[in-house]
Design a protein around this ligand. Structure first.
Ligand SMILES: NC(=O)c1ccc[n+]([C@@H]2O[C@H](COP(=O)([O-])OP(=O)(O)OC[C@H]3O[C@@H](n4cnc5c(N)ncnc54)[C@H](O)[C@@H]3O)[C@@H](O)[C@H]2O)c1
Length: 388
């Protein structure tokens, strides 16, 4: 059997939705189930997670369920351990910046959920500190690994669209208020003081999707609102939703592409997937979601005529063609973990660093600024870290 090469990973926020399911179970433990990550020079990298959280009972329970033995409620002690090479953060957003700062100061390589901080100043400071400390750093950009967006990316690289004109994104679903049906998202998402808000949550995603698949974002105009001002928390207590739950934004990209993305937790789904992007280009168009991607080429574009006096005879949706998978898509979180671990263990290239994370935070901050001021805001380039 090939030798196991252990790599200690402090996993903070492991009792949360993302920390537990996507990062611990579906990524780190899944890599172990595959027998570890094969390294170029031989051996298999073997993640050794150290579970960190605030609640001892919950940590013990997670550890027991998965046959793990290493857990602590003491972050300082975890970071002091020399056998821990990597710090990973999936805590609630408001706690992240402080913890990442401590991990960098302790000389750990850092990998983190987005947003990396709640302010641009904080995000840039983290990226600078990580560079100065010479540690490897990365931010989760999972949407890029979704089959639908991978296919969309393939279409862009293959020149399918001709000149890309516009991107229309529609994201969202109804998040229950929590009174008569339990809310399906944690209540901190609806409180600004706890790092909540749909702009802070989703604009970092939109930033890397736009930057990586299309072009850098040069300006933003956003209208942001709180449609549902009163919600009920995990214990059934009413609270004031201080954070925004919907954002209607226009992003101007390099090359004149206009991306308009609606994000809302107060919308009922009447589309095929929870997020969909329609891309229109001179040669063809596509609609991509989480899994699927459909196209319409200019040669097969029908010619609708506006006549409200006649009943519509066209079934517009049936006039699109499915883009085949042509490859296998694994869990995106796991894929990205593998890339980051290879970056740490064998110096493999890795694009999505804390600077990319900071650009995402910047877009959220500028989106909120645009909404407050009621005007278009230009995106200034951050000094340090170059877009890939
Ligand atoms: N990449 C993605 O698609 C994606 C999706 C959802 C959430 N996220 C990000 O992941 C992070 C966690 O989100 P989640 O939905 O898993 O949240 P969650 O509420 O389920 O988990 C939060 C975790 O942080 C811990 N925590 C530490 N300090 C806390 C405090 N003061 N208050 C409350 N919890 C505290 C909790 O114990 C828990 O382990 C957020 O930063 C969020 O932006 C990313």
């Amino acid at each position: 059997m090939t030798a196991r090469v252990p790599i200690g990973i402090v996993v903070n926020g492991v009792t949360g939705r993302m920390g537990y399911r996507q990062h611990l179970v579906r990524s780190l433990l899944a890599i172990r189930e595959e027998g570890g990550l094969p390294l170029r020079g031989g051996g298999r990298l073997w993640p050794e997670p150290l579970l960190v959280g605030r609640n001892e009972a919950k940590l013990r329970d997670v550890a027991r369920r998965h046959g793990l033995t290493d857990w602590t409620t003491d972050l300082g002690a975890a970071l002091a351990r020399p056998d821990m090479a990597v710090y990973f953060d999936a805590q609630v957003t408001s706690e992240r910046e402080k913890a990442l700062g401590l991990a960098i100061a302790a000389g750990k390589h850092v990998y983190t959920e987005k947003p990396i901080a709640t302010t641009l100043g904080g995000a840039v400071e983290l990226a600078r500190a990580a560079d100065a400390a010479g540690v490897r750093h990365g931010v989760v950009q999972d949407k890029l690994f979704l089959p639908g967006l991978r296919k969309l990316d393939r279409l862009v690289r293959g020149g399918f669209f001709g000149r890309i004109l516009s991107v229309r994104g529609e994201f969202g679903y109804w998040v229950f208020e929590g009174d008569w049906q339990e809310a399906q998202r944690p209540s901190w998402n609806y409180r600004t003081a706890d790092g909540g808000g749909i702009v802070v949550d989703m604009f970092p995603h939109w930033h890397y999707v736009l930057e990586q698949i299309f072009a850098p974002v040069r300006a933003v105009t956003a209208h942001v609102t709180t449609h549902v001002p009163r919600r009920w928390d995990e214990r059934g207590r009413p609270y004031e939703a201080t954070a925004d739950d919907a954002a209607y934004a226009i992003f101007e990209l390099d090359g004149g592409v206009v991306a308009q993305i609606n994000s809302s937790w107060a919308v009922r789904v009447n589309r095929d997937e929870l997020v969909e992007f329609q891309v229109d280009g001179t040669e063809g168009s596509a609609v991509a979601g989480l899994r699927h991607c459909r196209v319409q080429h200019r040669a097969t574009t029908p010619k609708p005529v506006w006549n409200p006096d006649l009943p519509g005879a066209d079934d517009f949706r049936s006039q699109w063609q499915d883009v085949p998978d042509n490859e296998e898509y694994d869990n995106g979180f796991k894929e990205q973990w593998k890339m980051f671990l290879r970056h740490v263990a064998e110096d493999a290239p890795y694009t999505w660093d804390l600077w990319a994370g900071a650009r995402g935070v910047q877009l959220a901050e500028l989106g909120l600024r645009s909404a407050r001021a009621g005007r278009r805001v230009e995106v200034t380039e951050l000094t340090g870290g170059e877009p890939a």
